[in-house]
Write a protein that binds this ligand. Structure first.
Ligand code: ADP
Ligand code: NA
Length: 331
């Protein structure tokens, strides 16, 4: 069929996803599942690279899955599962690590940034091979399309290089070479306190975040305290006015109203008006979203069943791919 095979995942590294994860990724995932064969994963093996407490990791894995579901990822249309439930990810990662150059892996900028912060002794080999595990996630499903943000581009390039290398070494058709799926005009959301930095669940301070599972009162307060600028004009200008532009981006994404129309709406009004309206819209979105998350979390058996069925369907695709790659490798 003309459908592509999509793979994407997020790490269960926080109790709550943030609005950037929702607007930049989850809404796209929901749209993509209508037109492609989509596989969405909670990548708990990747999360081990930050050394989580076991009970906390287990809880965050379930909460992340519940947030995928609440956002509209539909297990009837997509495959939804937890990475560690499909052991073939780790098996393929080993195989690929034997095709990855040490220098090549050392050049990954995300590794360089993170390891520079942690020092040589504080940096694990797992963090070093993280992009190889990500390549395994993608190649294991003969994925054709990977929705990626700018920060993951280099890792996707490595994945493509590895697939091409396997094909050159072991023959055409050994691995499917995936393409980046660039989603049109994905909203990029910035930190409310530092609107030049992307909103991120790994931010040092939570004050700039809109967390999907946070108390709506706290969220409203953070929006009202968002950093703006010394002017008064509500105008979209990400360079000169990053704070106000970020608020307009969020409002536009959640109301489906173009930014230009919002600029007209707010002509002659103040930042306080914009923040008050945005807080209302965000809370109006979060309230039913949180109800859906709590509905999924309130029935752990049902959630486990969904994830177990997803893992079974994922394995049905993963096992033959791994067998093919093992066979061609002489295993
Ligand atoms: P985080 O920085 O919150 O840990 P990840 O790096 O795990 O997020 O990214 C998970 C997904 O969410 C990716 O598809 C990424 O592109 C998207 N994403 C993360 N933060 C933002 C943001 N601020 N704006 C838009 N998309 C984002
Ligand atoms: Na991150």
């Amino acid at each position: 069929s003309g459908r592509g095979r999509i793979f994407s995942g997020m790490q269960p590294t926080s109790d709550s996803l943030q609005l950037g994860n929702y607007l930049g990724a989850l809404t796209q995932w929901v749209a993509l599942q209508e037109v492609h064969d989509a596989i969405y994963c909670v990548v708990d093996l990747h999360a081990l690279t930050v050394g989580p407490d076991p009970a906390v990791l287990r809880e965050r894995t379930r909460r992340t899955a519940a947030q995928y579901l609440a956002a509209g990822v539909d297990p009837a249309r997509s495959i939804l599962f937890v990475q560690s439930h499909v052991p073939e990810h780790a098996e393929l990662a080993w195989l690929l690590s034997c095709h990855t150059g040490f220098g090549e892996a050392s050049r990954m900028t995300q590794f360089k940034d993170k390891s520079a912060k942690q020092g040589t002794e504080g940096t694990t080999v797992g963090l070093f091979t993280y992009p190889v595990l990500m390549a395994a996630d993608i190649l294991l499903y003969d994925t054709t399309l990977v929705p990626v943000g700018e920060d993951q581009r280099q890792h996707l390039e490595l994945t493509r290089d590895l697939a091409q290398r396997m094909n050159a070494r072991f023959g055409a058709g050994t691995a499917v070479v995936p393409e980046a799926h660039i989603v049109k005009a994905t909203a990029k959301i910035f930190d409310l306190q530092d609107p030049t930095a992307k909103m991120s669940k790994s931010a040092e301070s939570p004050n700039g975040l809109i967390e999907l599972l946070d108390d709506p009162k706290v969220v409203a307060k953070r929006i009202r305290s968002a950093v703006t600028d010394a002017e008064r004009e509500i105008r979209y200008d990400p360079v000169a006015k990053p704070g106000v532009s970020n608020l307009l981006t969020i409002l536009s994404a959640l109301t489906d109203r173009p930014v230009a129309a919002l600029e007209a709406d707010y002509a002659g009004k103040g930042y306080g008006d914009l923040k008050k309206d945005l807080a209302e819209v965000v809370v109006g979105f979060l309230t039913p979203f949180q109800e859906r998350v709590h509905h999924y979390l309130a029935d752990p058996t049902a959630l486990d069943d969904v994830l177990a069925e997803g893992a079974e369907r994922a394995r049905a695709l993963a096992v033959p791919t791994l067998e093919r790659l093992y066979d061609r490798s002489g295993l």
